[in-house]
Write a protein that binds this ligand. Structure first.
Ligand SMILES: Cc1cc2nc3c(=O)[nH]c(=O)nc-3n(C[C@H](O)[C@H](O)[C@H](O)COP(=O)(O)OP(=O)(O)OC[C@H]3O[C@@H](n4cnc5c(N)ncnc54)[C@H](O)[C@@H]3O)c2cc1C
Length: 421
């Protein structure tokens, strides 16, 4: 089908994640058109809680139409850029169209970075999207049901073993949350009482949570180890099988759950846009976030290499914290006189399950309950829209008062027609 030309100028944002969503929001009445495959922004810091069921999945996303009331949303995927002609080709559900722009903001984010590990893409589960979080929750609850149904101890052990590869924030928090889910859920499975479970965290680096300062990282490692989580540092996944994970140490762990959270890489579309890229494949921008050599294109977030005046020797890590600060700078630059981006990290927080966490904030470091509380409070403060915050607080309050919801709804939700049972 021939592309339809949509005559539209103004600001076009491709990507409605942290960076793109916030720029469009902060541009306010100036307005923008956002191209995004989803009509929401995923608030990733609390995604692990959607996987464990502490939070309702809908509450960890923010609808873009409400977050950016002055923006127009085009649901679809950008597939090509003509920088000379100033238009982007977009695939929508209605077909292919081209959207013209005066100013283009590229905020495509990153995708999971996989390695050439035999069996990885066939057998590992990712953990980056809401769909993956929902899938993982249902998958884990399904393992409990199967383990409950079988009497074969070898088969049972496979279903009650969970291996996570990648000990950054996503991997550690997801493992901690899901271990809590299983721990609580097992109270409702009397036949599984006393049956051992196995939780394994693997990382090629010599320590977990590499970005976290020494003492806090050690605290996290000890806390998880004391809880029985097996931590393999300086270890890689050698291969993945249908019912096992094989480590570089040669150990073969029988499991039906292998979760891969070992890093991200810039969005593959970037390589086709004709923009200057750095050695890691991120769009190269100048200090004002304008793409090098381009008058009308800017980029930010996980997909861009943004020079930071506050840390001239180190490029920004792929975090929400940096994407948000870059978005603030870019929105100001587009509305007034451009200034260089400068941001010094405020600190870092992470939850470790069972009301424990770590928080490295200006002037102080917290562990245990205080760390957990600060982490939750920080995420709540960062979450856009008061209605979203209230929903999250309500979910948290309910989870304090009542036992977990362990309904496994993964097999439901397909299209149902009249006449089907
Ligand atoms: C599980 C998890 C937990 C995390 N926890 C933390 C944390 O606690 N603290 C922290 O600071 N950071 C955290 N991060 C990192 C953080 O999520 C990212 O750094 C941040 O989202 C980057 O924002 P972004 O806009 O660049 O990318 P994204 O938020 O990924 O947004 C990219 C957007 O582009 C859209 N897109 C993709 N392809 C196309 C296309 N072809 N056309 C149009 N749109 C497209 C995507 O749908 C997405 O909406 C976490 C990440 C994950 C996965």
């Amino acid at each position: 089908m021939a592309p339809t030309r949509v005559a539209r100028g103004g600001t076009l944002v491709i990507g409605g994640g942290f960076a793109g969503g916030y720029v469009a929001r902060l541009l306010g009445r100036d307005g923008a058109t956002i191209v995004s495959p989803d009509n929401f922004m995923l608030f990733t810091p609390i995604l692990p809680e959607a996987a464990s069921g502490t939070l309702e999945p809908r509450h960890v996303v923010v609808p873009l139409r409400q977050m950016c009331p002055n923006a127009e949303l085009r649901l679809g995927r950008a597939v090509a850029l003509d920088a000379a002609g100033q238009f982007v080709t977009v695939e929508t559900t209605a077909g292919t169209e081209t959207i013209g722009y005066d100013r283009l903001i590229v905020a495509l984010g990153a995708v999971a970075r996989t390695l050439p590990v035999p069996g990885l893409t066939e057998h590992a589960i990712g953990f980056k999207t809401l769909a993956e979080a929902i899938f993982l929750r249902n998958h884990v609850l399904r393992r409990l049901e199967i383990a409950d149904a079988t009497v074969d101890p070898v088969e049972r052990a496979k279903h009650l073993s969970f291996v996570f590869v990648g000990a950054g924030y996503a991997g550690v928090e997801a493992l901690a949350e899901l271990a809590d889910l299983v721990h609580d859920a097992l109270r409702s499975y009397p036949r599984l009482r006393g049956v051992p479970q196995r939780w394994v965290l693997v990382d090629a680096a010599p320590k977990i949570l590499p970005g976290i300062p020494g003492r806090l990282g050690e605290y996290a490692q000890k806390l998880l180890s004391d809880r029985g989580i097996e931590i393999y540092t300086s270890t890689m996944l050698a291969s993945a099988e249908h019912d096992a994970a094989v480590l570089s140490t040669g150990e073969r762990i029988p499991t039906r759950t292998l979760v891969w959270t070992a890093g991200v890489k810039p969005h593959p579309l970037l390589a086709e846009l004709g923009l200057p890229l750095d050695e890691r494949g991120r769009v190269q921008v100048d200090e004002t976030l304008r793409v090098v050599g381009q008058e009308r294109i800017w980029s930010l977030g996980d997909c861009a290499n943004v020079p930071n005046r506050a840390t001239p020797d180190v490029s920004d890590p792929p975090t929400c914290q940096h994407a948000l600060r870059q978005a603030r700078r870019l929105a100001k630059n587009l509305r007034g006189t451009p200034k260089p981006y400068r941001y010094r990290m405020l600190g870092q927080v992470a939850t470790l399950g069972r009301y424990r966490g770590i928080a490295d904030v200006p002037g102080a470091r917290f562990t245990g309950f205080a760390g957990w509380f600060i982490c939750r409070a920080y995420h709540l403060w960062q979450l856009p829209l008061m209605s979203r915050r209230l929903r999250v607080v309500t979910d948290w309050s309910v989870s304090l008062l009542f036992r977990r919801d362990i309904a496994q709804l993964g097999t439901l939700g397909g299209r149902q027609t009249l006449g089907e049972d």
